[in-house]
Design a protein around this ligand. Structure first.
Ligand code: GLY
Length: 372
């Protein structure tokens, strides 16, 4: 019998496990695949704590605090595992892709500058200057200097390596089929024998979390939003800032001489693999803004599935005695993972819900039904 079983070994599940590993708890993780195969490993790695938010909210506060945890986290993962998660504090430029987007970008700028005077509007000349002449101006642009980035692939590997060095049991290639409550503990049935038992369960299964909780009739659901991504190599392009267009296309410079181009958004799509249509969309929009990218070599293409909820508010709640659901981080799982790891581990240990987490309840009315 484990004290805690975490279902899902993406960055959210692994970050919670890493925090809990400092306690006396017997912690285990179960994953239907091997770790680092899905959305976490495939993400662009932007730490867009300001880029992704347009108004004050509890999630925005978490995002800002979590972004601030990356410098120390990257150092401690490096010391522990020798893996460099390539944290870069190199800023992000957000560009209005069309005339219609100018007003919403201006509103976002007005919101962001209230808390951070370093956020600036960029004239076409400022934009050219900041990007060494590489970025073609569009209708409007702002500079967000503190939105950095990491290499999501390396981050996933570093978290996994860190867990390997700690006392965490792991069940791989083990797909959870159902979770049943007993008196004081849970039985987790999987496609493997035997079943797994634990006193507490954390469901951190990303876009698949709702399917794992079918016998809990939760009012809020999580659905998958597929994103396709392209990795280019270009020795001539000298650019360190991330570029984010309001149509959702972004360019994230990676070491060495690489540029990750993301991402399409296809709702309720859980499929794996890229399409010609998706890749053309990415390549054409990236080259429209940075013409030099036309001369790149294509290194790789892939897809991932983001966990989306209505209003893009994550679900982080205790839905039964000792059964937690921690999902729905949609576009911001990498960014939010350090603070969620800390807060959920503390919640489990202390029994006290962290401040502000009532915003993330599965049902704000708290009247969901449970079928045992
Ligand atoms: N955070 C970027 C994306 O979800 O595509």
């Amino acid at each position: 019998m484990h004290d805690v079983l975490i279902i899902g070994s993406g960055v959210i599940g692994m970050s919670i496990a890493r925090q809990l590993s400092a306690t006396q708890y017997d912690v285990a993780i179960v994953d239907r695949d091997v770790p680092g195969k899905h959305a976490s490993y495939k993400a662009g790695g932007m730490l867009g704590a300001q880029n992704e938010f347009t108004e004050e909210s509890d999630l925005f506060k978490l995002a800002i605090e979590s972004r601030g945890m990356f410098p120390l986290l990257s150092e401690s993962l490096m010391n522990e595992t020798g893996i460099d998660i390539q944290f870069q504090d190199s800023g992000l430029i957000k560009i209005a892709h069309s005339k219609e987007d100018v007003e919403s970008l201006r509103r976002q700028y007005n919101f962001l500058k209230q808390n951070d005077p370093s956020v600036k509007q960029l004239s076409p000349e400022d934009l050219m200057h900041l990007t060494n002449g590489n970025v073609k101006p569009s209708y409007a642009a702002i500079h967000i200097p503190h939105d950095g980035q990491i290499n999501a692939n390396a981050y996933t590997k570093a978290l996994l390596e860190s867990l390997n060095m700690r006392r965490i049991s792991r069940y791989h290639h083990t797909e959870v089929q159902s979770i049943e409550r007993n008196n004081g503990y849970y039985s987790v049935y999987t496609d493997q024998q035997p079943l797994i038992e634990a006193r507490k369960i954390i469901v951190a299964g990303g876009a698949w979390s709702s399917q794992l909780l079918k016998n809990y009739n939760l009012h809020r659901k999580v659905i998958g939003v597929k994103g396709e991504v392209l990795l280019l190599e270009n020795d001539e392009l000298n650019l360190s800032e991330t570029l984010f267009m309001t149509n959702g296309c972004y360019i994230v410079p990676k070491q060495p001489n690489r540029f990750l181009i993301g991402a399409t958004s296809e709702f309720d799509n859980y499929s794996v693999g890229t399409t010609k249509k998706g890749l053309n969309w990415l390549f054409n929009h990236a080259c429209e803004r940075i013409p030099e990218l036309k001369h790149s070599r294509i290194l790789k293409e892939w897809s991932g599935v983001r966990p989306y909820t209505d209003n893009e508010v994550p679900m982080m709640d205790q839905i039964d005695d000792g059964l937690f659901v921690i999902t729905g981080h949609y576009r911001n799982g990498i960014l939010l993972s350090p603070i969620i790891g800390r807060d959920i581990a503390n919640w489990l240990i202390s029994g006290i819900k962290p401040p502000h987490y009532s915003s993330f309840s599965v049902s704000r009315r708290n009247n969901y039904e449970v079928y045992h």
